[in-house]
Design a protein around this ligand. Structure first.
Ligand code: G6P
Length: 370
């Protein structure tokens, strides 16, 4: 077993450290040789079919759903097509309005999640085209979808998903750029700039991993609390939701992720002296707004850690207790970096509590029955 973990104490830690490779592998063969455009040979849709798409539904469970939340922003920003997101167990029973001009994207690491598979079948019954983003070649979801993008994360063993999630973010970025190129919603120079920034992500993740010790200390102090909050806006809110789920799954600490601007409509009542708040703040255009929400929780005694991108850290540091700086990238790609410290915090908090990190209680890697 030790050999399989390649010297790491747990599969989860190994998989967190495999992310730079997973990013590279998921991009490999999907970018033109000049580095300027996306090549997705696996997409069978013609340009005409893509131009006919009027709406996108992204459907998934758990962590894959959280990748879908980021995917929504990517597709709406890059391709200007309206996107709805649903958890599969809701989607399949709510009579979703699926028409032949709907593209349904199902996201599933295993490709075997029962609700996600049922949602895919419901979409097909209603005449929609289905694109699967999955990590497993030949899985049920891969076999039944019309188009498949395989994330090249490699086998994921730990119940808490890490490298599969970030590979799904890479897949959404590639697909969003692909749509933008076909639809002409973004110019070539911009596409090339995003691809260039994507190529830098692996070494930027490595720079974050090199600071794991700092996050271990943060996690050890968090592990003594019973409640905490994650806040953010836009994609930072999507990442906050994933950070909160990761922490709950393996540390069993209760946490809630909140859209930073919504706090004052109820949840602020729960903020009391000493409660940890992790604020994700990577979006320059929203930064003043999130900062004012940080000040609201600080004024009520919260202990705030900000996950902030390079360039904004000095300003943010004035209003928080601690900062963790992530390397600078394009706003739309920030989740592929900002989630990594949250994964490590969850890992070390679980460890500090003496839990079974790779096999948390009550949870399964893949939920193939209802
Ligand atoms: C289970 C796992 C989660 C995972 C979810 C969806 O609940 O514990 O980590 O995110 O299933 O799995 P999938 O294989 O469809 O991505």
């Amino acid at each position: 077993v030790t050999a399989e973990k390649a010297g790491y104490d747990h599969f989860m830690l190994k998989e967190i450290y495999e992310q730079p490779k997973a990013y590279r592998d998921t991009m490999m063969g999907r970018v033109s040789e000049d580095g300027k455009s996306v090549v997705l040979k696996e997409i069978g849709m013609t340009a005409e079919q893509i131009k006919a798409i009027r709406k996108v539904h992204i459907v998934a469970c758990g962590t894959a759903f959280h990748a879908g939340l980021v995917g929504k922003t990517i597709i709406e920003n890059l391709a200007r097509i309206p996107v709805e997101t649903d958890v599969a167990s809701e989607y399949r029973y709510r009579s979703p309005i699926i028409t032949p001009d709907t593209l349904v994207i199902v996201v599933s690491q295993s490709g075997e999640t029962a609700d996600t598979l049922a949602a895919l079948r419901e979409a097909k019954r209603n005449g929609a085209r289905v694109l699967a983003v999955t990590n497993v070649v030949g899985s049920s979801v891969a076999r039944e979808a019309d188009d498949v993008i395989i994330t090249q994360a490699g086998p994921e063993i730990a119940v808490a998903s890490t490298k599969a999630y970030t590979s799904q973010l890479i897949a959404f970025s590639l697909f969003g750029l692909y749509l933008a190129e076909v639809l002409g919603t973004k110019d070539g120079a911009w596409v090339a700039e995003v691809l260039d920034a994507m190529h830098r992500l692996p070494e930027q993740v490595e720079a974050i991993l090199a600071q794991a010790n700092v996050l271990k200390q943060v996690a050890e102090s968090i592990s003594k609390h019973d409640n905490l909050f994650f806040i953010g806006r836009g994609v930072d809110f999507a990442v906050a939701q994933e950070g909160s789920l990761k922490l709950k799954e393996i540390s069993y600490i209760h946490s809630e992720a909140y859209a930073a601007g919504e706090l004052k409509h109820g949840t602020l009542a729960l903020i009391e002296e000493g409660i940890p708040v992790i604020a994700v703040i990577t979006q320059e255009d929203l930064y003043e707004k999130t900062l004012s929400n940080i000040k609201e929780v600080k004024a009520r005694g919260a202990h705030v850690l900000a996950i902030v991108n390079e360039g904004m850290e000095h300003e943010v540091a004035k209003s928080v207790d601690e900062t963790f700086v992530i390397p600078k990238t394009l706003q739309v790609l920030a989740p592929a970096l900002s989630v990594v410290p949250l994964q490590l915090i969850a890992y070390y908090a679980s460890l500090a509590r003496g839990n079974d990190v790779d096999k948390p209680r009550n949870l399964a890697k893949s939920v193939t029955v209802e």
